[in-house]
Design a protein around this ligand. Structure first.
Ligand SMILES: [Zn+2]
Length: 248
């Protein structure tokens, strides 16, 4: 594993912390971010510091068990969630955890974001499974993820808690967080308008097949559903024909 430049990663974690706070994905001292610097070291956000105002020197370096190696502050109480991901997935090197309100609303309502509704969401995320609640800061938080989801997905809705995304790079893990919240917002609007037209199994499969071409790392896909309301058929049924040009 090629080590990342530590100064560069310190600056990037501060930048991502600022973005998740600015976009209101967290409140107060919520959320945590980490990068696997090397085989044995993880750079992580400290406990009890607002992620919108992080300075590079606030961050702490821990080992793969979450024990502090360097830094003034105490590591985040959720550091064990991060190290559990690094143990389970040797292909990922960044973890972002936040509580974006719309996606977290789905997590509170017990609704996974796993329907084939938008090409970008299917290609980039596959799906965002809902994982069983576990007390934050304890190993229980990761039980369901480790047992059922960690190998197949890169984004997780933590029931009654929030969202965690993982990737090869910090910027990509952050982009997945943005994508999850954006997908949740669109899903919510469609539900408020009265329905979500899902892609037909053939259309959904087409998007799943495209995932590898776009560099998706996890294999899990969206739910494939039989429905009356495929976009291609509802459009033909419900959108009126264009009025004829009166000049013609
Ligand atoms: Zn949390």
């Amino acid at each position: 594993m090629e080590p990342f430049d530590e100064d560069e990663m310190r600056a990037l974690i501060c930048e991502v912390g600022h973005r998740i706070w600015t976009r209101e994905y967290i409140a107060a001292n919520d959320g945590n971010i980490s990068v696997r610097l090397s085989q044995a070291e993880v750079l992580a956000t400290p406990a009890s510091v607002g992620k919108g105002f992080l300075k590079p020197g606030d961050l702490v370096v821990v080992d793969l068990e979450g024990n502090k190696l360097r830094g003034e502050s105490r590591p985040s109480s959720e550091i064990r969630m991060h190290t559990a991901f690094y143990h389970a997935r040797s292909d990922i090197r960044a973890v972002v955890h936040a509580h974006p309100p719309t996606a977290t609303g789905f997590a509170v309502a017990g609704i996974p974001l796993d329907r084939a509704l938008l090409p970008e969401a299917v290609i980039y995320l596959g799906a965002v499974p809902l994982v069983r609640y576990g007390v934050p800061g304890t190993d229980e938080l990761m039980e369901d993820i480790l047992e059922n989801f960690v190998r197949d997905y890169d984004a997780f809705l933590l029931a009654n808690h929030g969202v965690t995304t993982i990737s090869r790079t910090l910027l990509d893990a952050y982009h997945k967080m943005e994508m999850v919240e954006h997908f949740a917002k669109i899903s919510l609007v469609a539900r408020q308008l009265g329905r979500e037209n899902v892609f037909s199994p053939a259309r959904a499969q087409e998007l799943l097949d495209a995932r590898a071409r776009y560099g998706a790392i996890a294999r899990g896909g969206c739910r494939i559903e039989e429905s009356e309301d495929y976009p291609e058929t509802t459009y033909a049924r419900e959108v009126p024909m264009r009025p004829r040009n009166p000049e013609a």
